[in-house]
Design a protein around this ligand. Structure first.
Ligand code: MN
Length: 280
């Protein structure tokens, strides 16, 4: 299923070019999307038949006419994989003379949960004089609490996937600081539940800036694949339902500026476009 939060924070399912409001059958409270989302994730298997049923008869809207909102209303934490594609490592070394390290040496880093933003919210650049880059990634949201879960079992713990932008200021500061500004983690356009993604480790990822194709990668080139990222994120520590994982970016990263439009597309998942703005 493709799950969205839309318009006045209703819960919707996307079918073809329609959005069906399933708020009622999912006990969804638009005034408390955080609690409602956790309930949905926890009881999804139980709720699924009545949600399916509601998509046949429930009130529906044209997809083109609704506002798609941030599909994970709040998150406890965002774990992200640094330098998780070989060719991205090569381009970083070429441009910045960074030490040639990958996710295997660096492990994961945290982004602020408040950096999440929706699939039509603008990216706001905090500084005019700092290079700020796009990174197109596959992201996912955790469905069940997990600790010491091996990669081989990770599939059962992932609720669903989305396209994710890991917006990054370049420089020598900690990754956590450079990547945690408000609006620096747009996700969307919705959540595709894990049962609909046969192999998350073989999906094309593309990104355009103003219609110029900048990134054209595939998750099959991940160094730590989606499941290995999960294993590392819960190795001797706990992942909670609603936590987000950013799996890393392929080559082709580059700067964005106020006035640009950034578009990301992930195969089988979908895509979105967001404008870039300067800070007020
Ligand atoms: Mn990244």
């Amino acid at each position: 299923m493709k799950i969205t939060i839309f318009n006045d924070d209703q819960l919707g399912i996307i079918k073809n070019d329609r959005v069906i409001d399933v708020s009622q059958v999912a006990n969804w409270d638009s005034n408390d999307t955080t609690a409602s989302f956790h309930y949905l994730v926890e009881y999804f298997e139980t709720l699924k038949p009545s949600i399916e049923q509601e998509t046949q008869t429930g009130e529906s809207y044209s997809l083109a006419e609704v506002d798609l909102r941030l599909p994970v209303p709040t998150t406890g934490k965002i774990w992200a994989a640094p330098v998780n594609y070989k060719k991205h490592q090569e381009e970083m070394n070429k441009q910045f003379n960074n030490a040639p390290r990958t996710v295997e040496d660096l492990a994961l880093f945290l982004k602020s949960p408040d950096s999440l933003s929706g699939p039509s919210d603008p990216i706001r650049l905090p500084f005019q004089n700092r290079r700020t880059d796009h990174e197109a990634e596959l992201g996912y949201v955790v469905g069940k609490a997990a600790k010491n879960v091996a990669a081989a079992d990770a599939k059962d713990y992932i609720f669903g996937y989305f396209a994710l932008l890991d917006i990054s200021i370049r420089g020598n500061e900690e990754r956590t600081w450079r990547k945690s500004f408000d609006t620096f983690t747009p996700i969307g356009p919705w959540i595709v539940t894990a049962d609909e993604i046969e192999d998350p480790n073989d999906l094309s990822i593309k990104l355009w800036v103003n219609d110029e194709l900048r990134q054209d990668g595939n998750t099959k080139h991940l160094i730590y694949d989606c499941y290995k990222c999960f294993e590392v994120a819960c190795d001797h520590m706990t992942l909670q339902p609603g936590d987000v994982i950013a799996t890393g970016t392929p080559e082709g990263v580059g700067p964005i500026e106020s006035g640009d439009v950034v578009r990301i597309e992930v195969e089988q998942v979908g895509g979105f476009s967001v404008p870039v703005e300067g800070s007020e």
